[in-house]
Design a binder for this molecule. Structure first.
Ligand SMILES: [Zn+2]
Length: 281
């Protein structure tokens, strides 16, 4: 069912609190938005700590960024959120923050290695793109994400932060958490002596698993889209070029007695689905 404006405001505050507590948005860093309907967007105010927002602090704007209600000015990065909604008609929410490890890779000029973590292959289709540096708050930053966000749900902003989109604000936040966690693992691996790549056979299995995950996420999120009625414009909207497996919820059941590599991959899908469900508070 469509979520009420009040609930959507609470959701933005809740995810803002989690973002602040996770260390991915310190001080007044970060901004969050969600589609209220086809014409209106809720977005966080400028220069406010996202860890301590009240639902009444959230600003309502139109699709061009004009403020419709609220006391404070909307986020300085409003243009980036508007750009994402212009590029993607299958998303209802967006999150921007400054995850420190992911940003550190870009500051150091170190590319994230590919083919080393199942999460990257399964959740992000093999890579998390990096948008060229652009001045925060300016139109160049909004334009810098357009090409990337058309194809990917998460993009790292060089020397700055990260931007993630989702079918609701919890999903967008979860994707950012996974991306930052990936950066941490790679950093630790480098500190421990190096990064070893997965075998081609393993990667093939992960690509197949990604198709299942796409279906799982669609089933989980489209079943209770936070901004749209079931069967509405955002229900099971396919991305151009994306393979469309039949939606099927994973079975959360007893562990297998002798897990094979495939079983472990299946377990990863189940775990991700559980995180999706439990993370929505
Ligand atoms: Zn920023």
């Amino acid at each position: 069912m469509a979520v009420s404006e009040r609930q959507l405001r609470r959701d933005l505050c809740e995810v803002g609190r989690r973002l602040y507590q996770s260390g991915m948005a310190v001080g007044s860093d970060g901004n969050l938005s969600a589609l209220l309907n086809e014409e209106e967007i809720l977005i966080t105010p400028s220069r406010v700590c996202k860890g301590f927002m009240d639902p009444d602090d959230i600003i309502k704007i139109d699709r061009k960024g004009t403020k419709l209600s609220g006391i404070l000015p909307p986020s300085l990065e409003t243009a980036m959120h508007l750009a994402a909604y212009e590029e993607r008609d299958d998303i209802c929410a967006a999150v921007h923050a400054h995850p420190p490890v992911s940003v550190a890779f870009t500051v150091a000029g170190v590319a994230m290695p590919r083919c080393v973590l199942p999460e990257v292959e399964v959740l992000f289709g093999g890579e998390i793109p990096v948008a060229a540096y652009a001045t925060p708050g300016g139109p160049a930053l909004a334009d810098s994400i357009r090409l990337h966000i058309r194809e990917k749900d998460v993009v790292i902003l060089a020397h700055h932060g990260m931007f993630a989109v989702g079918q609701d604000i919890y999903q967008a936040f979860m994707k950012m958490e996974h991306a930052e966690s990936t950066a941490k693992v790679i950093l630790y691996a480098r500190q421990l002596g190096g990064v070893n790549k997965l075998s081609e056979a393993s990667l093939e299995g992960l690509r197949a698993l990604r198709q299942k995950l796409v279906a799982t996420e669609r089933a989980v999120f489209c079943s209770s889209c936070r901004a749209c009625e079931p069967g509405g414009a955002h229900a099971i909207v396919e991305r151009a070029g994306a393979p469309v497996p039949s939606p099927a919820m994973p079975t959360v059941g007893a562990p297998m007695p002798e897990p094979s590599p495939d079983d472990r991959l299946e377990a990863l899908v189940r775990e991700i689905a559980q995180q999706i469900i439990s993370g929505r508070g």
